[in-house]
Write a protein that binds this ligand. Sequence first.
Ligand code: HEM
Length: 459
Amino acid sequence: MTVESAASAISAPAAPERLRIPPVVRGGAPLLGHAWNLVRDPLGFLAALRDHGDLVRIRLGPKTAYAVCDPQLVGAMLKSTDYIVGGPLWDTLEVLLGKGVATSNGPLHRRQRRMMQPAFRPERIADYARVMEEEAQATAARWDHGSTVDVSAEMFRTAVRIVSRSLLEVESIGEKADRISDSLHTVFEGLYRRMVLSVGPLYRVPTPANRRFERALADLHALVDEIIAERRAHGNGQEQDLLAVLLRARDESGQPLTDQEIHDHVVSLVVAGAENVASTLAWAFHLLTEHPDQERRLVEEVNSVTRGRPVAFADLMELRHTRNVVTEAMRIRPAAWIFTRRSVAETSLGGYRIPADADIVYSVYAMQRDPRSFDRHLEFDPDRWNPERAASVPEFAMMPFSVGNRKCPGDHFSLAELTIILATVLPKWRLSPVERTDTGTKVGITLHPKKLVLRAERR
Ligand code: HEM
């Protein structure tokens, strides 16, 4: 049986009378149910769900949601046509992403994905890598010996500049990158609350937190409009980037995309492209400060491959340990960590009955730290990704970029970017924590360190 058919067998319809009802997880707060656990200790709560079963029912306010804890079942669900992008995460994210590629479904999603795909072809990554190299070098050149660096902010700025310059060919991103970073952090924090505690009208009360959220959201949308307006005003019509593709696109009846559609696509790209990469980098730098032996091996590898010249795309194949560090950082500290889906019809998953229109939650954070899938699961061990050991990792246990028709189109782009940045910065700078560093986890739509401030010393 192929993997595809094994996955579909798990999610294939079975005689309804044979299907089991997923067990209910007890506890939760009155009225709020497990939404309270998702506010108080989301990571611990989601990881503990696997002790209740492979597929369980939880209560989010008045609604029942289904939490899938077993990687095989998650993989089967993601490959099945019985589920669409929907549920609490995506319903909430629509406030930010509108009807862009990440939130649409069906024929609209297929059309948007087709339009976007050429920009992510492997042969294009080599072109983008030149921008990645330049931006990584510029970041490494900006710091002073002995200074303290807000690494989270620096990585966000670098990631926004890379996605803007490579995919959108926006050269004058300048201070916009900082504004996008500030706004997005506020928006992501607010969106997470709105996702787990859906008390709609309360978020319209003009409290300071709600006002901050609305201001940040408006600023983010205004910034994206500025990017599009600049291109319309100053573009030469010869650009080959994704923004040019969007501006030139016509639908079946010859109509161009509306301004709102273009806006939604650009927001999706900037948000998806910058936030995940920046958070992953922040975690990787943090993990390497905690594991100096791994950092030393990475620097030695880069130096032996490049012999002092700048890191280039052509080096990536040889930077095996650096790539293992990136992969292991994404396993143990995934930026995108909680996902939802909605069932389109009554169906079954692993012998359990899933009703139509059910909200389904799964967490790659919990899955990628599951002791059933990874030995010494809480240990940062990049060598587990050497081919002979990686072969024993169960299918779907590690999927930072997802699988199925919503798989991240930016996976190769991201892996090149993450590797180039680590390999450019670390041979130049030794980074160590200072007192202000708070590496506790900031939980929002993504996970990132609360305040990663590191002292930079030139090697
Ligand atoms: C470390 C970096 C990244 C991670 C971990 C990541 C992760 C993901 C995941 C898990 C999904 C699927 C969501 C789901 O199944 O519900 C996704 C979708 C997406 N990602 Fe990424 N991503 C990263 C970087 C990027 C970059 C650099 C871009 C573009 C420049 C990008 C663009 C997108 C888009 C457009 C989607 C929506 C795809 C669709 O729904 O068809 N991502 N990403």
